[in-house]
Design a protein around this ligand. Structure first.
Ligand code: URA
Length: 223
């Protein structure tokens, strides 16, 4: 299997050709979730895997009617090997429950499957994936969505929304409204739960959490 050369400085924003990146690591014959989850452990489609503990594949059943997509695993997810198990995941759980959506019936994943971070003392700080890395990883997300064929797809935050709906998409302008994508009957974008956690003022954060719940209540009506 050919290995992609690590991009040099300045090459970072040059996007990999569509046939490149993760595509070389997808199983040739079987594209069920089990085969994909196994195959991703060999993925070196971009350089993020070099500093990550493990890939974090999606979590949930193949017959889920709703798929939620975030940006990339965080520190806790990298260690656990599961998406949304840290602070953002706890807020997401609370939100789904308040919106009447059973988390156990939802498939949750990320656009980028390895944790990209920079050291700050003993901490590993989230580092935003580049357009190059997002494009390189996208075949995994597309394969997951093709295997599940969800009725409702929810893109949380601009990385997920722009990966599926195009780089000009603005979440703040079109959150909670139905959009068209090749992956589901109904596609929505909303904020990323980590963005709510970063709001310092309690009253502003609580108001943002209420709006986030309202987005999911509206979306749940399409299930
Ligand atoms: N943020 C994400 O986008 N995904 C996770 O899995 C955790 C935090």
């Amino acid at each position: 299997m050919s290995r992609r050369k690590k991009p040099e400085q300045g090459e970072l924003f040059e996007l990999p050709p569509k046939k490149d990146g993760a595509l070389a690591y997808l199983p040739e014959d079987a594209h069920d979730l089990g085969s994909l989850a196994k195959a991703i452990h060999a993925c070196e489609g971009c350089s993020i895997h070099e500093n990550a503990t493990q890939p974090v594949f999606g979590d949930g059943a193949a017959d889920s009617r709703m798929v939620l997509v975030g940006e990339q695993p965080g520190d806790k997810e990298d260690l656990a090997g599961k998406p949304f198990v840290g602070p953002a995941g706890r807020l997401l759980d609370k939100t789904l429950e308040a919106a009447g959506i059973d988390r156990g019936t939802v498939y949750i994943t990320n656009v980028v499957k390895h944790f990209k971070w920079t050291p700050r003392g003993k901490r590993r700080l989230h580092s935003k994936p580049s357009p190059y890395e997002i494009r390189a990883c996208q075949p995994w997300l597309e394969a997951e969505l093709s295997a599940i064929k969800p009725k409702v797809l929810v893109l949380m935050g601009s990385t997920a929304a722009q990966a599926v709906l195009g780089s000009g998409f603005r979440v703040t302008k079109s959150r909670g409204e139905p959009h068209i994508s090749p992956f589901s009957e109904h596609t929505f974008a909303t904020l990323h739960p980590a963005a709510l956690l970063r709001i310092q003022l309690d009253y502003a954060r609580e108001a943002a959490e209420k709006e986030f719940i309202e987005d999911f209540k509206k979306i749940a009506a399409y299930l």
